[in-house]
Design a protein around this ligand. Structure first.
Ligand code: DGJ
Length: 749
């Protein structure tokens, strides 16, 4: 059992392969967080707590003469509001008498093997892993509140997941104004934190800063995890880098409003609270009811950020993404969006399919515009019937054409959205989120369906499943193209409007799960104007997500790197698009575009008929390379080999297989210089005693006529010891031309 309770000292030790997490019940039943980090041999870590009498930090009544005992200074597992802890709290409640105080004490616990699944929310699946669970029951007898803290220990995966259940055992209604999934306090250091901010078409950019004494709040109140602030944060020692140092990852599995709060308190302790944002949240808990928070994953590595990333990548791939797509190579697809936008008919699509199939592409995805009166983005959302003016041969005719060419077929939907100009809106204006008597805020000229209503979810399920049943469809691109506003449901009373944001997310999850159950082999690629709903919650249903609407390779280097801190390559939708690029106007060589897109799910997003013969011929080779290194790239350890300073000049990254038998090294020079400085990168995680040989060397430079000789200078056949590559590094030959790139494969001999 990975969980032990030491009765005499009243502490719990939760151990994974390399980490230990400790919880202590103190003399008055407060549940304290005493340690998380490298294993410490189950020594009671509460020795770290110094009971210092700090002015203005009051004491629980029972300890009124022991002034060193204060909720305000002790490290807590689940801090509440009103009872003397003035730091960020995890729980805020309101009792029928108006009291906002909740004061929890240990009541009981249960340790068991296996885990409970969550009914309406995504969670980390046990699969074939050994998982042990600790349920800690806390109570506030006066309020009639039980809080069950549930810890799932994934021993081999070095991950602990947590969620919380709040139960009303009082005689009346309790209102929950905040219910975080987890809190933990880190003692005794002066750390940094890294969060991932961004905007549409430039998502998940890492920002590292010192944890100051203010409260840092990373959050979204857009009804989605958002392009702007991802629900993943890292807290790490000041000297932690890619290959060394202590770091914690806190990743919320939720696709709606969220908040990660980080506070450094008066004693220097750092508190992290993660969960649903309390901005639009007010949940009524009637007598006898309970509320379950989303799950959050905690990971710790003492070996630096790259190892921390690996822990999250592995658990997302193996325990969160649907099993149907886990060990199956995903098809290389072509999507028509940037090739046609709304301007297509069946003849055009079929001829694009012919061209794509002849280049070796494995799946064709028909994007927005195939349904209702959808000829631009002002109409049609909500009407999930085929537009036969455009697709005269019907959807089946289109899908059959793909199948006849040996390709799979995929289709775009945007289920949660509705246009004012749609039959659905004309029939059911009450189905949209909007405040009574007020025009709603519009986004892309569309409104948002009220997913808290079961009739809306039923309508969408019926419409989408009818389409999926009507043709051979293997894939859905599930889009979501605006932030929520006017979050008001006409189906709920005034008192319940604070529940709508969360009920909306539950409605979306319910729809996805019903479709998954009915069509388990249809892969859902999540999307929200690119990567606006890129989180571990949605990955429970969709194993890949369109990473960004920005398909430009040089910008993508930053987006994909930022995404890689938390999320595996296998989840990152990434395509080669046309040049000049539609978002930035930049011209990047075809091979460089491919090298960047190959560090994702890989595909194309262009009109293949407009490619030159040379480019079309290159597609086949690119697909071969991608397929050859699929396991290495999708399951290996990601190496981020350049930092912010380097990236003014170049970006380098790579992958090492888990057994260290092969590695892939990539470089794109983004600011080519005359008489250049040498680029040399140290490749971590190799076997120091092994010899590695370069057995493939691919470069974009053949695209640049002046440097056609470069390829011959490639290092194919060169040998290095692992320890040389790790300690001295690999020195690239200079690259010239326009955004030149190389991809080098090393095999252990
Ligand atoms: C936003 C997506 O990210 C694009 O790829 C495309 O599907 C459009 N929506 C279609 O409206």
């Amino acid at each position: 059992m990975a969980i032990k309770f030491y009765e005499d000292k009243k502490f719990f030790s939760l151990t994974t392969k390399n980490t230990e997490y400790q919880i202590k019940i103190n003399e008055i039943g407060m549940v304290l967080h005493t340690y998380y980090g490298k294993k410490v041999g189950s020594l009671d870590m509460s020795y770290l707590i110094k009971k210092i009498d700090r002015g203005f930090s009051g004491n629980p009544y029972e300890c009124r003469n022991e002034r060193g005992v204060s909720a305000d200074t002790l490290p807590q597992e689940y801090p509440t509001d009103g009872a003397g802890d003035y730091r960020v709290s995890a729980l805020k409640t309101e009792l029928p008498n108006g009291s906002g105080t909740c004061d929890l004490r240990y009541r009981s616990h249960e340790i068991k093997s296996g885990r409970d699944s969550l009914k309406d929310l995504p969670y980390v699946r046990a699969e074939s892993d050994r998982v042990d669970t600790l349920k800690l029951v806390l109570e506030d007898k006066i309020a009639g509140i039980l809080v069950i803290l549930s810890y799932q220990v994934f021993e081999e995966k070095d991950i602990i997941s947590r969620y919380t259940v709040i139960e009303n055992v009082s005689g009346g209604r309790i209102v929950i104004n905040k219910a975080a999934s987890a809190c933990f306090d880190i003692m005794g250091n002066d750390p940094d934190f890294i969060h991932f901010h961004g905007r549409h078409a430039m998502e998940r950019l890492p920002e590292r800063q010192k944890v100051g004494h203010e409260i840092h709040r990373i959050s979204s109140k857009r009804g989605m995890s958002s392009h702007h602030n991802n629900p993943f944060v890292i807290v790490c020692d000041r000297d932690t880098g890619e290959l060394s140092g202590n770091c914690y990852g806190i990743m919320l599995m939720y696709s709606g409003d969220h908040a990660e709060e980080i506070e450094r308190d008066q004693a220097g302790m750092v508190r992290v609270v993660s969960g649903i944002s309390d901005d639009h949240f007010r949940w009524n808990l009637e007598k006898g009811e309970s509320f379950t928070t989303p799950e959050v994953m905690l990971g710790f590595s003492g070996e630096g950020l790259s190892d921390l990333s690996f822990l999250f990548h592995r658990i997302i791939r193996e325990n969160i993404c649907p099993k149907e797509f886990r060990n199956v190579k995903r098809p290389v697809l072509i999507n028509n969006w940037e090739g046609t936008y709304f301007d297509f008919d069946d003849e055009k699509i079929k001829s694009m399919m012919d061209s794509a199939a002849s280049a070796g592409i494995e799946m064709f995805v028909l994007d927005d515009g195939w349904f209702g009166k959808r000829n631009d983005d002002h109409a049609g959302l909500g009407d999930w019937t085929v537009n036969t003016d455009k697709l005269k041969c019907g959807l089946k005719g289109i899908a059959d054409h793909a199948t006849s060419l040996g390709m799979k077929f995929g289709l775009w939907f945007e289920p949660e959205m509705i246009n004012e100009d749609s039959d659905l809106f004309r029939k059911h204006p009450e189905w949209v989120l909007r405040d009574p008597g007020r025009d709603p805020v519009m986004g892309r000229d569309q409104m948002v369906l009220d997913m808290s209503r079961t009739d809306v979810v039923d309508y969408l399920y019926d419409g989408i499943s009818a389409i999926l049943g009507s043709a051979d469809i293997s894939y859905i691109k599930w889009d979501f193209n605006r932030s929520l506003s006017n979050v008001y449901s006409s189906a709920l009373p005034a008192l319940s409007q604070g529940e709508v944001s969360h009920r909306f997310v539950l409605g979306s999850y319910a729809l996805m799960q019903r479709l998954r159950d009915a069509f388990p082999n249809v892969m859902i690629e999540g999307c929200s104007g690119g990567g606006g709903r890129f989180d571990a919650g949605i990955m429970f249903y969709s194993p890949q997500i369109w990473c960004s609407d920005n398909t430009e390779a040089i910008n993508r280097l930053k987006i994909q790197k930022g995404t890689s801190y938390g999320y595996p390559v296998s989840t990152m939708g990434s395509h080669v698009s046309a040049a000049p690029n539609h978002q930035s106007g930049r011209e990047v060589p075809f091979m460089t575009r491919a090298i960047v897109a190959m560090s994702g799910t890989f595909g194309y997003e262009l009109d293949p008929r407009k490619l030159t013969d040379d480019e079309r011929a290159m597609i086949r080779g690119q697909i071969d390379v991608f397929n050859r290194y699929y396991d290495l790239v999708h399951k290996g350890r990601v190496l981020r080999l350049s930092d912010d300073d380097d990236e003014k000049y170049y970006t380098s990254w790579g992958f090492v297989s888990e057994d260290k038998s092969e590695a892939l090294l990539n470089l794109v020079v983004t600011d080519v210089r005359a008489n250049p400085e040498i680029i040399c990168v140290r490749i971590g995680n190799l076997d120091p005693d092994a010899v590695y040989e370069v057995d493939e060397f691919i470069t974009s430079v053949q695209d640049a006529p002046d440097d056609a000789s470069f390829e011959k200078k490639g290092a194919k056949g060169e040998r290095f010891t692992g320890s040389a590559l790790m300690n001295a590094g690999y020195a690239f030959d200079p690259l010239f031309g326009v955004y030149p790139s190389v991809m080098i494969h090393f095999r252990k001999i």
